[in-house]
Each structure stands twice: as C-alpha cells, then as structure tokens.
Design a protein around this ligand. Structure first.
Ligand code: NAD
Length: 458
C-alpha cells in the first residue's frame, strides 16, 4: 500500500489511447494533510455570514461559467464523452452551484410547542466531509456533493477517480480564485484503496459521500459502520425502460438508444433493460434498429458525435464479455476501428431477465430487450433486480403510468421521457443502488446534523 507520493499518474485520453496529462499521485500522507487543512478551515467557514457564503458560491458558479468551454473540452477528452454532452454537463454544474448558493440563507430550523420554554432546531454542518467520485460524470457528480456540502458550512476533501481527475483539479483552482478561503475545498488524487479508504477511516472526517460501484460502496459502508460514520452512497443500476403497446412507439424507440448508449452506456441511470409489450415488439424493434443505425459514434470533439469510446481497455473487455454469452445479438451499430477503446452500440434480443446480461450492470453500450405481456408482469420483471436507481414508463394511459410508477422499486422514474436528473429534484437509489439522496433541497439533510435546543422561560 502506498503511504505517500510514489509515482506519477498517467491520465489517458480514451479516444486516442494517448497520455493526456501526468500528475502526482497522492498517498496516505497527502490525504492526511488535506484532511488537516480542511479541519483547520472549518471553524471560520462555519461561522462566515450566510450571505457571504452564498456570494462565494455564486462567484464560483460565475467562474465555472466563464471557463465552461475549456472545462467541457477537457472533460470530453478525458472521459471520451461527446463535446455537446460535456457542455451540457458543465452548464448543469453552474446551475448546481447557483442553486445551492440559495441554501446558506435558507437553512431554516423549527420552533416546536413545548411546556415551560421555547424549543428550536438548528441545522448544523458536520465538519470535514470526504467526497469520493467515479469517472463517468466527473464534474457533475463532484458538484452534486461539493455544492451542498459547502453551502451547509462543511469543508471538503474530494477524491476524484484516478482515470478522470483533471476537471476536479480545475474546480479546486477555479473555486480558490473565485474567493473560496484556503483549505475549504481540497482535491486529492490517488488510489481508491489508499486515499479513498483513508477518508472513510480518518477520525477527523465526519461523513463520506460516495458515488461508484455497488461492490466498492459495500466496502465503504462496512468501513464507515465500524466508526458510526455518516455515509451516503450512490451506486450502480440496471434500470428498466418499460414500453407499453399503447405508447407513442416512434418516440419511445427514437429515445431508447441514447437512454442506454449515452456516455457510451457508462451511466448509472442507463435504461439497459428495455421491456417491450409483446404485441408491439416487432414494430418497436424495427424503429429501434433505425435509431441505433443512425447513431453517430466517433471523435468526442466532433460536434455531431453522439457516442464516444469506453473509458479504458479493461472496460471494453468487460463489456465485450456480455456479447455472445447467451442472448442473441439483434442489432449491432458501428464504431471506429481504433486506436481508442471503441465498442459498437449493441442490442441483445430477446433476453430473459434471468440472463447474466439482464442481471449485471454492464456499464457499456449493450441493451437487453425483454418482452412482456401484462402490466403486472412488466412491474414484476422491472423489480426483479438488486438495483433500484432509475427507469422510464412509456404509455398514453395516465392512470397506468402512475400505477406502474408507484409499483416500481426505484428512486427516479420518468414517464414518456428518459431523463433522470434535475438540479431541483431528489436523485438516489432504492435497494442496492444506494443510501440517501443528492440534488434538490433533500441533499442538504445529508450534509447537516439536526440540533435541538430547549430554553426554559420559567
Ligand atoms: P468505482 O466504485 O470503481 O470507483 C468509484 C470511486 O471510488 C473512485 O474514485 C475510486 O478510486 C474509489 N474507490 C475505489 N476503491 C475504493 C475503496 N476501497 N475505498 C474507497 N474508495 C474507493 O466506480 P467507477 O468504476 O469509478 O464508476 C462506475 C460505477 O459508479 C458504476 O457502478 C455506476 O453505476 C456507479 N455510478 C453511480 C452513480 C449514482 O449516482 N448512483 C453515478 C455514477 C456512477
């Protein structure tokens, strides 16, 4: 195990397989130093006037906005995501900081009727929070944690994924230049097993917010539970896209590909199980084939690209293991030859919900089409998974839409849409997709403790 800086980390561009940057890799010593800086900065950041904290958050939003194109290009190159998607993600990050800039002055408590005095509640910051993020949406997921944590008065140590640390380092620099006091936000780049675990184990870190795989989330949860450390987890998914025969099939089929193949399928909300009512199956498959063939897969920096490469050679090998492993390949799109970690958008059909491809999170551009007959069967198949993150329902019957939405064991549902994330609404998982919620006002509950104060009037 590394205990201090031992090596330089090579950050690779997935579309070219070339080294994009080389940066120092931190170990336990650097993690401890960052935690110490955050601890020192906490009392002043906690006490700063709410309006001043809000103004700094707004200044960070403006500074990100001013650097939006550079950040989007860096993220597009480092993750291999289409530049149009990267721009939209940076726009979301600006919105997230502006939204939580409203929080410092609105962290309200209650007064509670009691005998003999006045009872009131306060929302107190936790202290130093450790934030651990994945490589698929590096900047947005960092912002979903950093912005509410700072708004509530916490100080932060952020550990981005080793594959995609570059925009987190930029965020630290931008925030500092925008007026965030020294030590309030600290980015530490290093291995998850070393720096990530140190954040979970360190006694001066009050809470850990983790986004990543369910397997690592389980480990984080175990380490946290030994210390009764607060923890929130945003984990994997295997979401269902349920298409009823009464739906607008053209619209459902046109939007289904990017609901799985967006970000090259490396999306926790990917609707990777497409459940189609059998009477509409042929019509849907025809329209889906047209939509998959029309997908533009290629250079992330090309304005017309809709899907880029996978993040790494390992990821490509893992994704490939699900194709030709039982379920037939019904549709295969195209992808560049290489260099680059390319993988063609692929639809397996028909798939049984018991097949490995339907049970495990593939995290690549592979969709499973699973036929069903009745509404009850659709809900049962959709719920027959250890995950519960997201999902969609396509129907023109409003009562059915609500009935099914209430029946699904999943955190975020869209009707006649494939979107999952809005700045103002809660996002998070049921079952093994996680613990807690991000975004919206609810996220603030996970970055504050509720304090109750009783004052006698007698
Ligand atoms: P991962 O679990 O491998 O890594 C996530 C982060 O955890 C990285 O920063 C990594 O360095 C760190 N880490 C690794 N081992 C650790 C350990 N032992 N202790 C502490 N930290 C450790 O995940 P990934 O491959 O980067 O991301 C893909 C996964 O993330 C998928 O499963 C995806 O579904 C999930 N994800 C979930 C959401 C959500 O909001 N629910 C969003 C995006 C991604």
């Amino acid at each position: 195990m590394a205990t201090s800086t031992e090596s330089m980390l090579k950050v690779v561009e997935p579309a070219t397989e070339q080294v994009l940057a080389e940066i120092p890799q931190a170990g336990v010593e650097e993690a401890d130093a960052a935690i110490a800086r955050a601890k020192e900065a906490f009392p002043a950041w906690k006490r700063i006037a709410p309006g001043e904290r809000a103004a700094i958050m707004r200044a960070i939003a403006s500074a990100i906005s001013a650097k939006a194109e550079d950040l989007a290009r860096l993220e597009a190159r480092n993750v291999g995501k289409p530049i149009g998607d990267a721009r939209a993600e940076v726009g979301l990050v600006v919105d997230v900081f502006n939204y939580y800039a409203g929080a410092p002055e609105r962290l309200l408590g209650e007064t509670i009727p009691v005998a003999g005095g006045v009872d009131m509640t306060f929302r107190e910051p936790l202290g130093v929070v450790g934030l651990i993020t994945p490589w698929n949406f590096p900047l947005p997921i960092a912002s979903w944690k950093v912005a509410p944590a700072l708004a509530a008065g916490n100080t932060v140590v952020l550990k981005p994924a080793e594959l995609t640390p570059l925009t987190a380092l930029e965020l630290e620099r931008i925030a500092r230049e925008a007026g965030l006091p020294e030590g309030v936000l600290n980015v530490v780049v290093g291995p998850g097993r070393v720096v990530g675990e140190r954040l979970v184990e360190h006694p001066d870190v009050a809470k850990v917010a983790f986004t990543g795989s369910t397997a690592v989330g389980r480990r984080v949860s175990q380490l946290a539970s030994e210390r009764i450390k607060r923890v929130t987890l945003e984990l994997g998914g295997k979401s269902a896209n349920i298409v009823f025969a009464d739906a607008d099939l053209e619209k459902a089929a046109a939007s289904a590909p990017l609901a799985v193949f967006g970000n090259a399928g490396q999306d926790c909300c990917a609707r990777s199980r497409i459940l189609v009512q059998r009477s509409a199956l042929d019509a849907f498959m025809g329209a889906l084939e047209d939509a998959v063939e029309a997908l533009r897969v290629g250079d992330p920096l090309d304005e017309s690209t809709q899907m880029g490469p996978l993040i790494s050679a390992d990821q490509r090998e893992k994704v490939g293991s699900y194709v030709g492993d039982g379920a037939p390949v019904a549709i295969r799109g195209s992808a560049p030859e290489g260099p680059g970690y390319w993988f063609p958008p692929t639809v397996l059909a028909p798939v049984s919900n018991d097949d490995r491809a339907a049970r495990e999170e593939i995290f690549g551009p592979v969709a499973c089409v699973i036929p069903f007959d009745t509404e009850e069967e659709a809900v049962a198949i959709a719920n027959d998974t250890e995950y519960g993150l997201s999902g969609s329902i396509w129907t023109t019957n409003g009562a059915r839409a609500l009935r099914v939405a209430r029946g699904l064991e999943t955190g975020t549902i869209s009707v006649n849409s494939n979107t999952s994330v809005r700045v103002t609404t809660p996002f998070g998982g049921f079952k093994q997709s996680g613990l807690g919620r991000e975004l919206g006002p609810h996220a603030l509950d996970y970055y504050t403790e509720l304090k109750n104060v009783f004052m006698s009037t007698e």
